[in-house]
Design a protein around this ligand. Structure first.
Ligand code: AMP
Length: 281
């Protein structure tokens, strides 16, 4: 496996590989865990050549968010990527990716898509995501790109961006990998103190509970959301919503594929940790 830190070297390598091989891209912000590895392994399985990007993208963090504190573990990431069969680990610096961050061209998803859920509480977040993903698509020229269902709104927005901007890339959504007790794996979990690690279980508990209720015939979104909010009582809930999976619009009576999504903040002495989770009903 080669570790590449400049866009020039990546373009040169990709132009050579592209002549004979299919390329899979797995965009990440590093601090890799089993969720990331499931994407990498799927790409290795589906493609001749896999590129993993490892870049904490500054343009998707708001001014009061955890950009500085976000974990950076490149050495461990490189070992995990190599063992998983990755061919290139692309780990550029912010200056390498953005020559002038404050004055850069942005890719902005539609207002309707960014004005809800995570986009509502993190203004500008999805502009940063769509921009860095577009840049990575142009650099890595993948046939397929792999994203986790864990970031469901991101996956929805990227799929739509690929359609709207005519990227010739297949977007593969991959299932959420969880701890044995239900907590969705996340790079931010390592910062949870013992008490909040326990409380964080309420997210998956709320989702599993309403999925069971739905399976047993409860199809009112309001009733399901009320049940979830009771389980999450006492927590700093950013949102808990049930949306139509096909368009991410609100739905009252569930009569087609839907998704329940939540975000909860856990304040700690050393800064607030915001966790997200979701489940297709
Ligand atoms: P991140 O490094 O958090 O930006 O995540 C990089 C990719 O890994 C995104 O497509 C995420 O959706 C995906 N991912 C993160 N956590 C998980 C998980 N627990 N299960 C599956 N995919 C995940």
């Amino acid at each position: 496996m080669k570790i590449i830190k400049t866009t020039k070297e990546l373009i040169e390598a990709v132009n050579e590989v592209k002549k004979t091989k299919t390329i899979g891209l797995v965009p990440t912000m590093g601090a890799l865990h089993g969720g990331h590895l499931s994407l990498i392994k799927k790409s290795v399985n589906d493609n001749d050549f896999t590129i993993v990007s490892d870049f904490v993208n500054p343009t998707q963090f708001g001014p009061n968010e955890d950009y500085e504190r976000y974990p950076r573990t490149l050495e461990e990431d490189a070992k995990l990527c190599k063992d998983a069969g990755c061919d290139i680990l692309f780990a550029p610096s912010p200056d390498e990716m953005y020559s002038n961050m404050k004055d850069t061209t942005l890719v902005c998803p539609s207002y309707n898509d960014v004005s809800k859920l995570c986009g509502k509480s993190r203004p500008g977040h999805f502009d940063g995501v769509a921009t860095i993903v577009s840049k990575l698509f142009n650099l890595a020229k993948p046939n397929r790109a792999y994203f986790g269902q864990k970031d469901a709104q991101q996956l929805f927005i990227i799929k739509k961006m690929v359609r709207d901007l005519n990227f010739d890339i297949e977007i593969i959504g991959c299932p959420i990998v969880r701890e044995s007790d239900g907590l969705a794996l996340s790079s931010r979990n390592r910062y949870l103190n013992e008490e909040n690690r326990k409380r964080a279980l309420k997210l998956s508990k709320a989702l599993f509970t309403i999925k069971d209720l739905y399976k047993n015939g409860v199809n009112s979104a309001e009733t399901l959301i009320d049940t979830a909010l009771t389980i999450l009582d006492g927590e700093d809930i950013d949102y808990f919503e049930i949306l139509d999976l096909s368009n991410f619009e609100k739905i009252d009576i569930i009569n087609k594929d839907c998704i329940a999504l939540c975000a909860v903040r856990f304040p700690q002495k050393d800064g607030t940790i915001r966790l997200i989770d979701n489940m297709v009903l």
